[in-house]
Ligand binder design. Structure first.
Ligand code: UDP
Length: 190
């Protein structure tokens, strides 16, 4: 990894490299991955909450050509741009192959259910639990998440909602690997 404007970014030479790092080094620790792009770098100058969230991330992956260019120049090696939705799908594929249980949180009820069915059909993913992103009892969702035994939890609530929920889940003792995924389920179910 290398710093870009004060943020420590993980340099990956491919999406597969990022997935392998997650599987080998970030499971069972309550770690969280966040996409880094020039918009977030700029926004974090004025938004201290965002700056804190980015600094709290255990993986900051480069999802923007500006970030990958600075990074590859500093490290003198190829650094791939990792779009969040592609990293998520590659991670789901590997989770299916390795039978790592997954919790799918967020999206509308229809999108959430369709995401789960498609993940099972396409990648043989073990769905430990799932819930749409429109709920009142956050603590109940988090308890559900912990009791499900999921090793990977992906959260689509939009930012910063998803990052805040991940922080609370981690504080409540969930040691899954977390990824905030924004509109990824909507794209996946098309
Ligand atoms: N979403 C949700 N609950 C909410 C707000 C949003 O489940 O309270 C879902 C929404 O259905 C969509 C996803 O979050 O699937 C991403 O929302 P949005 O595009 O607003 O977030 P962004 O990707 O722009 O951060």
């Amino acid at each position: 990894s290398e710093t870009v404007l004060g943020f420590r970014i993980n340099a990956y030479h491919s999406i597969e490299h990022a997935v392998q790092d997650i599987i080998n080094n970030h499971l069972e620790q309550g770690h969280m991955a966040i996409a880094m792009n020039p918009e977030k770098v700029i926004a974090s100058i004025e938004d201290k909450g965002l700056e804190q969230t980015l600094n709290d991330a255990d993986i900051l992956y480069a999802d923007g050509v500006g970030v990958t260019k600075v990074l590859s120049r500093k490290l003198a090696q190829k650094v791939a741009r990792i779009p969040g939705c592609e990293l998520w799908e590659a991670l789901m594929k590997t989770a299916g192959a390795k039978k790592l249980p997954v919790f799918i949180l967020g999206g509308s009820d229809a999108v959430n259910q369709e995401t789960c069915s498609k993940l099972k059909a396409q990648y043989d993913v073990v769905i430990a639990g799932a819930h749409n992103g429109y709920f009142d009892d956050e603590q109940a969702i988090i308890r559900n998440m912990i009791e499900s035994g999921a090793q990977i939890v992906t959260v689509a609530l939009g930012s910063p909602k998803q990052e805040l929920l991940i922080k609370k889940a981690k504080a409540a003792g969930c040691n899954a690997f977390f990824m905030g995924v924004g509109g990824t389920y909507d794209v996946f179910t098309g």
